[in-house]
Every structure is written in C-alpha cells, then in structure tokens.
Write a protein that binds this ligand. Structure first.
Ligand SMILES: Cc1cc2nc3c(=O)[nH]c(=O)nc-3n(C[C@H](O)[C@H](O)[C@H](O)COP(=O)(O)O)c2cc1C
Length: 145
C-alpha cells in the first residue's frame, strides 16, 4: 500500500513509480484528511509493506500528513513501514520526526529514503525554484533513485 501526499506533483510522480513496481493500493492524502472529525480506516494485508510518500516541508513532515497519521484507526502494527520523501535540497531531521510518530503509534518504521526533485519552496527570501539546468538534472536522476 502506498499512502501519499503531493502538493505540486513531485511526490505523486514518485508514488506512481513505486506503485508500478510494487503494485498495491494507492491512498491519496488530501484536504479532507485534515478534517478534525474524520477517522481513516486502512486495512492492508499484514505482510504488505506500507510506503509513506510526501514532500518535505520546512525540514519536516507536512502537517497534513502528520494529521492524517493521527486519524488512522486500522491495525498497522504488523506491517513494515517505509518513508520515501521528495525534497528540493535536504530533509533535515524529517526522518526522525516520522520515526517518532511511528513509534508513538506502535508502528514498525523500517527505513527512510529521499529523492531530490525540482524545488517548490519560494516562501523565504533567498529561496526560489531551480534553474532549468538544475531541474533537468534532478528529473534525470529521479526514476533511478
Ligand atoms: C512549504 C514548503 C516547504 C518546503 N521545505 C523544504 C525543505 O525544508 N527542504 C527541502 O529540501 N525542500 C523543501 N521544499 C521543497 C519540496 O519539498 C520539494 O520541491 C518537493 O519535491 C515538492 O513535492 P510535491 O510536488 O509533491 O509537493 C518545500 C516546499 C514547500 C512548498
């Protein structure tokens, strides 16, 4: 099962590549997932890996993903969980945050991977989208990574 959130498509691309190779259901996290009243029921097979795919937001897990994880009421303790994030540059300690959430839920965090993708962070002064050359270079390495 691949559970993904994507703001602008980079992480959806990576989630789709993983789905092509590994099969399994794709579960999309969207705006409804932050409805405080909602609960999410997931029922993966016990031997099925769970791949969490999302972009890095401010060196962390996007709040919508954190919120979504808190709404899950299925038994995911038997599954192996993997994090596959996309980032423009670096992930900071996002893998640690993800592991901490996993631990708090009693879920088995196996390992975390990151894939550099075109940058979408333009909020801070000095931050911007990539040049066309940098963007092309990241995209050329993405699928193999
Ligand atoms: C609000 C925001 C915060 C971001 N923070 C980071 C960051 O801390 N480190 C980083 O390398 N990229 C950061 N990025 C860039 C994205 O993680 C990256 O471009 C990602 O591939 C976008 O994936 P998406 O298209 O699935 O949303 C940020 C982007 C946004 C919009």
């Amino acid at each position: 099962m691949i559970i993904y959130f994507s703001g602008t498509g980079n992480s959806r691309h990576v989630a789709s590549l993983l789905q092509q190779r590994m099969k399994g259901e794709m579960v999309k996290i969207d705006a409804k997932s932050i409805d405080t009243a909602s609960t999410t029921h997931l029922s993966p097979d016990s031997d099925e890996p769970l791949i969490w795919v999302f972009p890095i937001y401010s060196w962390g897990v996007p709040p919508v993903v954190v919120k979504y994880m808190s709404t899950i009421n299925g038994d995911l303790a038997r599954n192996k969980h993997y994090m596959v994030c996309t980032c423009g540059d670096d992930i900071g300690l996002a893998h640690k945050q993800w592991r901490d959430i996993m631990r708090s839920r009693g879920w088995n965090a196996v390992t975390a991977y990151s894939v550099q993708m075109p940058n979408t962070y333009v909020t801070f002064p000095g931050f911007d989208i990539d040049t066309e050359e940098v963007e092309a270079d990241k995209l050329s390495r993405c699928d193999k990574r």
